[in-house]
Design a binder for this molecule. Structure first.
Ligand code: ADP
Ligand code: MG
Length: 213
């Protein structure tokens, strides 16, 4: 049970997570509640993990093996939880994370099949204990639509089509974890406009945290 409140933003590529987090940040600074919030992203959040982020996401010289990639994400999460997220929650703060362990279940579990989704959940428990989001905004977007946003093009080439299969598996992973942990998942139709989605997010936050929003 968290003392503060832990919110995560999840979903595939280009579904609008970072856009909405930025809007939330702006909203919070406008209403001067900055001191109650801590924003984190994965991988990252500490000097070491921000450095590792560059290698995990963009290192072309020596691609990590799939299991290495999984463990690097887990190592970064361990750092982020014990150095940032837990201390903030223990001070009754609201933590907002751009991705968390559901991403590992979806990407490394369902899509890459490095280990089963159940095993990733077990491993996660060993790595971060009982820390769990109180609320997860799950952005659902058809992979075709996400690709169009990324490339700005209508037609998909062969590699992008291959990517579609990968993204369908990611969606399956999210649907799996959402079905296991229904209480914390709030599903967003990410094809709506940026403003419509933000209104929806604010409405949910007003319901969950009436003293803040
Ligand atoms: N609701 C939306 N409708 C149309 N385009 C969007 C929407 N939300 C975000 N975008 C655009 O899609 C791209 C990816 O958004 P981003 O927030 O970076 O996604 P993510 O963080 O989920 O990968 C950006 O160019 C952004 O401006
Ligand atoms: Mg993003």
């Amino acid at each position: 049970m968290n003392k503060g409140f832990f919110i995560t933003f999840e979903g595939g590529e280009a579904c609008g997570k970072s856009t909405q987090i930025k809007k939330l940040k702006d909203y919070i600074s406008a209403v001067a509640k900055n001191d109650k919030f801590v924003f984190v992203r994965e991988p990252g959040g500490t000097p070491l993990t921000e450095e590792l982020r560059k290698y995990i996401l963009n290192y072309e010289i020596d691609k990590p093996l799939p299991m290495t990639e999984l463990l690097l994400f887990c190592a970064c999460r361990h750092e982020n939880v014990y150095k940032n997220i837990l201390p903030a929650l223990n001070e009754w703060k609201i933590v907002v994370a751009d991705r968390f362990y559901d991403s590992t279940i979806a990407y490394q579990g369902a899509a890459r099949n490095i280990m089963s989704m159940e095993d990733i959940l077990d491993l996660t428990k060993k790595i971060i204990g009982d820390v769990k989001p109180d609320l997860t905004f799950y952005f659902k977007l058809e992979p075709e639509e996400a690709f169009k946003r990324k490339t700005g093009l209508g037609e998909l080439d062969r590699i992008e089509k291959e990517g579609l299969e990968f993204h369908r598996k990611i969606a399956k992973g999210y649907d799996y974890i959402a079905s296991l942990e229904k209480d914390r998942f709030y599903c967003i139709d990410a094809s709506k406009s940026i403003d419509e989605i933000f209104e929806e997010i604010l409405r949910v936050l007003k319901e969950k945290l009436p003293q803040i929003f």
